[in-house]
Design a binder for this molecule. Sequence first.
Ligand code: GLV
Length: 313
Amino acid sequence: MIYVTRLLTDTAMAQVRALGEVRAGGDDPPARAELLERAEGARAVVCTLTERIDAEFLDAAGPRLEVVANVAVGYDNIDVPAATERGVRVTNTPGVLDGATADLTMALILAASRRVLDGDRLLRSRTPWVWGPRMLLGLDLSAGATLGIVGYGRIGRAVARRARAFDLKILATPSSAPPGDEPVEIVDLDTLLERSDVVSLHCPLTPGTRHLIDERALARMKPTSVLVNTARGGIVDERALVTALRTGVIAAAGLDVFEGEPSVNPALLELGNVVITPHIGSAGTVTRERMCGLAVANVADVLSGAAPRTPVN
Ligand code: GLV
């Protein structure tokens, strides 16, 4: 039996059903008790980032479990060592969502820098307005601004390619990936924070990156700068960010991810200098087909005795 915790795209549901008996969830994430109960006896689990896959879950699934295929590139929802100990393969969906996530990153960079939502709110509030030389001024990306990319992997590089078209100078933190031929200056995090007009986060959430952007890091940023996070909420200390945005330590933020998802810190909702979206970085129609398809392909690989194509462990 293959347990699919939430409904995938129609195509992927058909593909997974072709592999054998499927126990499928619905549109919403299952409650914890239901998740544990429905996993029992599964040979494969296809899950999303809303499910916590830990030792308790793996034990509830039982000894038949061979693979957990996450429909996401990030896998901070999965206790990988616990899976490895039990001989369970874990897979993710790298590569297929770089473009979509980079596109949304650019949308947030542009919206936060150029005060798109302030303009939208102004008009919707029916406030009388007239063009003015001092009206709604924002950060000029193409007048020599610098973008700092924290986490220069596949998605960070996709953002850099797009940013070049906006004439942004690009800084990035050191990466283990082989250097590309992009004109990017590699600098340490503190230098990046000090020199960037826009800081965009693209590293995974790990114990080492939790609250990487804390009060101290925010204090290093320019008061005119913008912070964008399309990676994971936990990388930013949200309380420190709220204070920084309130007190002018930084100018604005664009956030697609939150520390306590799906709840959003109410203070963020009150701030006019924040653009927020509900974790839709990879929410393109084609991208979601690719993500779901890749997760199912990983299950097919493992159930047929082959190595999964995008393994985590
Ligand atoms: C989405 O957040 C992902 O990790 O794919």
